[in-house]
Design a protein around this ligand. Sequence first.
Ligand code: AMP
Ligand code: MN
Ligand code: MN
Length: 332
Amino acid sequence: MKNNSLKEIAKVLSEAESVLLFPHLNTDGDAAGSCAALCRALRIMGKDAWILLEDDIPANLLFLDKGYSTADKDKIKEPDICMCIDCGDTGRFPERAEKFLSGKTTICVDHHMTTEYFCDLNFVDSEEAATGQIIFDLLKEMDVMPDAEIGEAIFAAITTDTGDFQYSNTQKKSHLIAAELYDWGVDFNKVSVEIYENVRMEKIMLKNKAMETLRIIGKGRGALLCVSLEMLRATGASMDESEGLAQDLRAISGVEYSAVLKEYEPDVIKVSLRAKREGNVSEIASRLGGGGHLKAAGCTIRASLAEAERMVERELEAAIEELGKNEAKRNI
Ligand code: AMP
Ligand code: MN
Ligand code: MN
């Protein structure tokens, strides 16, 4: 499969009058930031541009939406372009799939290694730490003067997907882009406070409850916990506030794999998987019907929370055993 060039994508965008942007479900900072940056750029260029959503943006990302988002599928009746960002299959935006495919031209810009090339124009690069980095490159090909607001959205995308420049996906390029954003007038501390120091008390209480279910498996190399609907009810938190728990578990000394099972509905369990140094959670997620990256991946299991937990535990145990074998081989 071959990428189109960003130049080609920029040209097609410049010739369009209306563009509808599609971030994935359970929008995160990368999807929301990438969409906000591109939406603003397209509007500056005089396009009718909107971000189409099917669920709420997490509270700490609301600052990115300066009137760009809508849940109204008829906001643009017959879009010239439908573009999915930070996702690469219609399963990641199920309620909007039909609308997406109605676009006269479809474009995919993404950085997931499991993404298939399903649009008219595609740019997928799993080497990129964040889709926001690809949007940064795309903006350079577009006829638009970048400003602080676009820069802040790009920074939001990169800081969230790299764990604030800590995760193993972080590149020299991530830092170089951040450095250039100084010249665009970005207020980095403002963005960081909005994203990271804006935590509702309900989220803290949810973390407290969820940690009570923490289990260490695989001789200390695996950690998992569950977030149930009952915990949401008891704390008043929303499920998007379970974000970050998988990283918290991965941070435990000796843990290589972590998993957080989130009961969105009875029998609809979304799983967040993380690996620290050696592991590949993209493979595990694929086996369970999902996808993602080497060190951060996910899937949705249609079973009870207890059954999903057993399935994930089996996968983690097998992966940990595999790690042990590889280490033994290296030590021979
Ligand atoms: P999360 O644990 O939700 O933060 O997701 C971690 C990574 O896995 C993100 O990059 C997601 O885009 C990806 N991911 C999560 N769920 C799925 C899924 N069902 N299918 C494909 N990729 C997923
Ligand atoms: Mn994402
Ligand atoms: Mn991303």
